[in-house]
Design a protein around this ligand. Structure first.
Ligand code: 13P
Length: 257
């Protein structure tokens, strides 16, 4: 079975609730027909208002993070059930901005707990992995990916494969305008899929969608997504405008159609 392409918009800490609703409506209204899954990930406090707009459309909702405990004295955190209650079905976990930018908040142990908690709550985790520029320059890219993916999936069984999404986001390509080349992306994605096959089995690895993220634009999306192991994109800046985001969705359809 071919993997269905998936394009996820990570709005990060952008937009007002009103602007988010407007953008969600424009995306839902402008979505081209075809075999592609599309999701939008607003900030926590905009999940309910954006869910309202997306109800009945083909666009899914996702959160940008989540805590792994189900309830308790965790000031400022949001539980898996709280995310699910908004109508969200996806949750981004281990984003590099949480691993590296915001005071080194997240380590691989914590990200693994979150992946398992998301799956237990019937959410689809989007597990983000990716090397820094220094690691790429030191030729450590594949080792970093091996470590992050293996650590992220401790205790996760093969039956979760169809519900797991992995995102390869090279840190040096995020928000920099400098995307990985299609060949660099394919090399990383093929490595990740080989690891999944070793971790589980070839069939399970074939079921996992691996997204590329990092300066994806309508102009470069088709070539990136035409790579055999690139199953879609995790889009930051270009997801903040309906035109550019929908252009990327169309590129995914053209690349995989
Ligand atoms: P940009 O598309 O802005 O580079 O961001 C990518 C990203 O971090 C998506 O999660």
């Amino acid at each position: 079975m071919p993997r269905r392409p998936l394009v996820v918009g990570n709005w990060k800490m952008n937009l007002s609730a009103a602007k988010g609703r407007e953008l969600a409506r424009a995306v839902a209204d402008g979505l081209p027909p075809g075999a592609v899954d599309v999701a939008l990930c607003p900030t926590f406090v905009h999940l309910f208002p954006v869910a309202d707009v997306l109800r009945g459309s083909r666009v899914r909702l996702g959160a940008q993070d989540m805590f792994f405990e189900s309830s308790g004295a965790y000031t400022g955190e949001v539980s898996p059930a709280m995310i699910a209650e908004t109508g969200a079905t996806f949750v981004i976990l281990g984003h590099s901005e949480r691993r590296h930018t915001i005071g080194h908040l997240e380590d691989d142990w914590m990200i693994n707990r979150k992946v398992r908690a998301a799956l237990a709550a019937h959410l689809t985790p989007i597990l983000c992995v990716g090397e820094t520029l220094a690691q790429r320059d030191a030729r450590q890219t594949l080792d970093v990916l091996t470590f992050q993916l293996t650590a992220g999936l401790v205790g996760v069984s093969a039956d979760a494969a169809e519900r797991l999404v992995v995102a390869y986001e090279p840190v040096w390509a995020i928000g920099t305008g400098r995307n990985a080349t299609p060949a660099q992306a394919q090399e990383a994605h093929a490595h990740l899929r080989r690891l999944l096959a070793d971790h589980w089995a070839a069939a399970a690895a074939q079921a996992v969608r691996i997204l590329y993220g990092g300066s994806v634009k309508p102009e470069n999306a088709r070539e990136l997504m035409a790579q055999a192991d690139v199953d879609g994109g995790l889009i930051g800046g270009a997801s903040l405008k309906a035109d550019s985001y929908l252009g990327i969705v169309s590129a995914a359809l053209a690349a995989k159609g």
